[in-house]
Ligand binder design. Sequence first.
Ligand SMILES: [Zn+2]
Length: 454
Amino acid sequence: MRSRLLLFFALLTAGTSFGQDSLMFRKISDEIMLHSNCYNNLRVLCKRVGHRISGSPEAAKAVLWGEDAMKEAGADKVWLQAADVPYFYRGKESLELNIGGKYEYVQALSLGNSQGTGGKPLKAEIILVHNFDELKALPDEQVKGKIVFFDYRFRQDFIFTFQGYGDAVRYRGGGPSAAARKGAVGIIIRSMSTGEDDFPHTGGTHYNDSFAKVPAMALGNKTSDRLEKALAKEPVSAIMTSECHMMPKMVRSYNVIGEIKGTETPEQIITVGGHLDSWDVGEGATDDGAGCVQAIEIIRAMKALGMKPKCTIRAVLFMNEENGQKGGQAYADSAIAKNEQHVIAIESDAGGFSPRGIGLVMSDQQKNKIKSYKDLFLPYGVYDFSREEGGSDIEPIHDKKKVPLAGLIPDSQRYFDLHHTNNDTFEQVNHRELSLGAVVMAQLIYLVSEHGLN
Ligand SMILES: [Zn+2]
């Protein structure tokens, strides 16, 4: 009986301390789930602008779209923040494999930032390795003049798929130079993909300047499987043809920023954002149109609810996350130059799927403060506060100014089916799941603005 009484009082106190916050959580959720404009915004971004790699005319169009969307959402102030960005140009590309004695075209994408074949066909025999160790063990003569096929599979045994990505992405980043070091003339990789399909995934690669900049392409899982089987039986040659290259000059571009001025401590800033640029395939819906429209939605919902946040709330559409992080750096540099006070920076760049958690990159004390609210988040499906995940665009402000970070963690199971592919389109995003991500971030912002982080 006594223990029941204690439980009753415990619930009662929990009720009073969380009561106001719980009510506000519900209001935020109702506003966004019933009146959200984020799905519509995503449709416009995907269908009218489409993919938008940094430096491209499409990226410039996306900046104008972002500025308009931010104004329409009702931000007190909207502005553009300059950032000079690299521009990767893809052009025409093709890959032919002579499986079974005759050449056929297969689905392939050049890796981002890679140097193509100058538009001329590059014909060479393929040599398969499963990993870097196998490549290292081969005598240079066996690799010289060949195209190395890195047949490393995305590990499906990791439940949180970002772990599998982190494991496999080494081959995309470091594959070209590791192969060139041994005299290879090009590389092909099995995509960093969980998908049982034939969509190749592009994404950034990096050359080591000490070695030749060899062309690099990615295959979907199905073609990779076929190539693997064919190579087990007989030699296979490939003809790579690609025009891709980095443009010689940097291009002036912008972060798009919309702000709601704080009422009590306006000098204290809470940032929430995603990245506006995408790779130059698909529509950049999941990566990261979703994060952009969620940030804009938070501004819209706070205004619609008549919320008067104590801190200033800033929604930022960062430019150039994919191949340079120049937008994130410009944001951090400006914060330093203006001696701004940043309470927390939050990013959504893991897809518009159902939120499951919030990653925390901050002191243990600050983590514990956010974790003390975990029961408030539970009705919204959010339970995982264990991961140290922020976001690439907000990393610079953490590194340079020690600003605490939070990253939205949605269900990760389908993200790497779509990531950096032609299949990353508006149709892959679910309205409710996308809105719920905005709900959770708005709730977190409300808590931090109201109660602080320390
Ligand atoms: Zn992204």
